[in-house]
Design a protein around this ligand. Structure first.
Ligand code: HEM
Ligand code: HEM
Length: 223
């Protein structure tokens, strides 16, 4: 590892790696579902893969289960990488290095919000809608919007990380090097039960509350 490559904690690398893989898989399989049944906004006419909805549903459900764990890590261990109370003030310091850092932290936080929106709208989808050409359900439109938001957020996330730390920061999250002190028994040492700021508490309520809603809402909504 070169001197300039930042070190990312193993727990972050594991959770973030799994989340990123599942998001890309959900984006691709979600698009395949759209491309098969909808096509209103353009199509790639991809070859038909049997049971695309089932494949997407399985990947998406795994994502839903992992998302709260990743979010808890981000809010209680990795909170310095998320929005800070002074971020709004710093966002006025246009084009200064701190402006980019604040924007990067804001983008990281937006990733969590977009993922939450995707899981809520996805959970409210019904498997029968698209095959029977019911393409205007509000949850489906919301779910399509979540796909666009996710792509935009990832683009911003990558651009901001590249701007702040360059290529070394981007690849640091996929580095295999492990420091001898970074072992499972020390992974939760930095865990802070209390939110690090009021601002983050609001975002945490939105994200964790949103994920909880995604779990229970389908059971509460009428068929
Ligand atoms: C064009 C994009 C997308 C389309 C057309 C789409 C379509 C669907 C459909 C039809 C379902 C219902 C499947 C079923 O009940 O078996 C679903 C569920 C779901 N989707 Fe998507 N999706 C897209 C993108 C995404 C993305 C980007 C994510 C997350 C990152 C996501 C997360 C979910 C979740 C969490 C579920 C609920 C799974 C479950 O409860 O079994 N989707 N989606
Ligand atoms: C190829 C894809 C990706 C790359 C290269 C990447 C890169 C990175 C890097 C380098 C960091 C650390 C930033 C720092 O140390 O300041 C980071 C953090 C973060 N990433 Fe990604 N990312 C990717 C995909 C994703 C996806 C799909 C999500 C979806 C939820 C995501 C959510 C986050 C969040 C929330 C953080 C902050 C973690 C914390 O609070 O500790 N990333 N990412």
């Amino acid at each position: 590892m070169s001197q300039t490559t930042p070190y990312q904690p193993v727990l972050l690398r594991l959770l973030h790696g799994a989340i990123a893989l599942l998001v890309f898989a959900a984006l691709i399989t979600g698009f395949m579902v759209y491309d098969r049944f909808d096509k209103r906004f353009g199509t790639l006419n991809l070859p038909i893969v049997p049971n695309t909805q089932g494949i997407h549903g399985t990947i998406a459900l795994t994502f839903l289960v992992l998302l709260p764990l990743f979010a808890l890590y981000c809010f209680h261990i990795g909170s310095r990488r998320l929005v800070q109370p002074q971020s709004l003030v710093q966002l006025k310091e246009f084009n200064k290095p701190i402006w980019w850092v604040s924007l990067q932290r804001l983008t990281n936080t937006i990733m969590l919000l977009s993922a939450t929106f995707a899981v809520i709208t996805g959970r409210m989808m019904k498997e029968e809608w698209l095959p029977s050409k019911e393409l205007n359900h509000v949850w489906y439109i919301g779910h399509l919007i979540s796909w666009v938001l996710m792509i935009l957020a990832i683009a911003m996330h990558l651009l901001m990380s590249a701007k702040v730390g360059g290529f070394p920061l981007l690849i640091s999250i996929y580095n295999w090097k492990v420091r001898s002190e970074d072992m499972p028994k020390s992974w939760f040492k930095g865990f802070k039960l209390n939110p690090s700021s009021k601002t983050l508490l609001i975002f945490e309520i939105l994200v964790i509350g949103g994920i909880a809603i995604a779990f229970v809402l389908p059971a509460l909504s009428p068929q």
